[in-house]
Ligand binder design. Structure first.
Ligand SMILES: [Zn+2]
Length: 417
């Protein structure tokens, strides 16, 4: 599955050079979306290396692909609509795009990895023809029930040619949190180039590597996230496929994301905004084009683990109870890397009925309905999707009635009164 050289060395998925430099090695971990059913608890569970490299040539931070995209997406458990703040983020995005690019009924919007239609529903409501491309049949089905035209396919050069031949080229082509999950990065970007109309706009959102490093977000590293992007590498990758980045926004989502705007390299109607040059310069000052900048991350991650475990050991020694909130992919990386099982976290809860009644991969912590927190009144609730902590602390403010407190594990363990 992994791209390797003839000598067995992993290869950069963008430039093909052998990967020799470690960014961080998080050990062996199960696939973070492989929730375990009760009748599977006594069976073997596959673990794969979570060893992240940085390419010494192009500086793309990346994991080897040990699992196929088909395996990850065939029965995908993530339904975007279960996060209120993410749905609101999507609504604001659609309004801004409609306004900025004057989108109307004669335009065509295509979303790659359109999930359950959480975003396209807002374009559809405004009468703008929209198409979702979504590889997971179970989530695509939910979108189709909402009346959102969706094709169940993996996106790449072949799918782009098929859609273009059917007259489905895009005025706005968007991909939120998908670029990282693409094993064949060059094929995906090639596909975007093909599907984009001559004056069309691409927008991509993905977590910003600079923020991941600055804020210790190592738990956002999992097997399903093959690549971790700076703006520097993104511009290089786009340019290699004849696309030009003409604007960038820094967003607070997922712990700090970039929204990158790209167009055809030959499209002179979209001058580059100052924000692109400013962020590239900031990344250059931070050393993103040198290996030294990446070499410091691993020790920072180990220190975060030690501090979190010290807190958990102290709290349990005092006889206190700790429950989790949420069962996100990032929680699974954190818990497996730190060795936190039901010895520390009694259970976790999640709003997604798909996850309730199952167990977290690797750690086998049980997942319940959120009402479990009211029933058991834990002393601490550890928020695993820390990017949504404000929303979650608001929803769960009732834990204060019994003196319960929130714990956020990242960027470093913190108790919130
Ligand atoms: Zn490379």
């Amino acid at each position: 599955m992994a791209n390797v050289t003839t000598t067995g060395q992993p290869q950069c998925r963008f430039c093909g050079m052998p990967l020799r430099n470690t960014f961080v090695d998080l050990g062996m971990s199960p696939l973070c979306e492989s929730y375990v059913c009760r009748d599977q608890l006594n069976q073997m569970e596959p673990f794969y290396p979570l060893h992240v490299y940085v390419c010494g040539e192009c500086f793309l931070v990346q994991l080897e692909a040990f699992v196929s995209a088909e395996h990850i997406f065939s029965d995908y458990a993530y339904f975007s609509s279960y996060s209120d703040s993410w749905v609101e983020h999507a609504r604001l995005y659609t309004e801004r795009m409609i306004e900025r690019f004057h989108l109307g009924p004669h335009h065509h919007v295509v979303e790659l990895a359109s999930n359950d239609g959480y975003l396209l529903q807002h374009f559809v409501a405004r009468g703008i023809p929209s198409l979702g491309v979504e590889p997971a049949a179970n989530v695509a089905e939910v979108a189709m029930r909402k009346g959102i035209l969706t094709v169940v396919k993996f996106f790449g050069e072949n799918t782009a040619h098929e859609l273009a031949a059917e007259g489905r080229m895009a005025d706005l082509l968007l991909g939120n949190n998908v670029l990282a999950q693409v094993p064949d990065l060059n094929d995906f970007v090639k596909g975007m180039k093909i599907l984009l109309k001559p004056q069309g706009v691409i927008t991509l959102e993905f977590p910003h590597l600079m923020r991941l490093m600055a804020e210790n977000q190592f738990d956002t590293i999992y097997h399903e996230h093959f690549s971790y992007f700076s703006l520097t590498t993104t511009v290089k990758i786009m340019a290699a496929h004849g696309l030009a980045v003409f604007d960038v926004e820094e967003l607070p989502t997922h712990g700090g994301s970039l929204r990158v705007y790209a167009c055809h390299g030959a499209d002179a109607s979209k001058p580059q905004s100052d924000r692109v040059g400013e962020l590239l310069a900031r990344e250059a000052r931070a050393g993103f084009d040198t290996l030294g900048c990446y070499a410091r991350f691993e020790e920072q991650v180990k220190e975060t683990k030690r501090k979190l475990l010290a807190f958990l050991i102290k709290t349990k020694s005092e006889g206190k109870s700790i429950a989790g909130y949420g069962a996100p992919g990032k929680g699974n990386t954190l818990l497996n890397y730190c060795g936190i099982r039901s010895d520390f976290l009694d259970y976790t809860v999640d709003r997604s009925p798909y996850k309730q009644g199952k167990f977290l991969p690797g750690t086998h912590i049980p997942i319940f309905h959120p009402d479990r927190i009211k029933e058991t009144k834990p002393d601490y609730v550890m928020i695993l999707p820390w990017n949504l902590k404000i929303e979650i602390m608001d929803q769960l403010s009732y834990i204060r009635s019994w003196g319960g407190r929130f714990v956020v594990p990242i960027p470093e363990v913190e108790v919130c009164a």
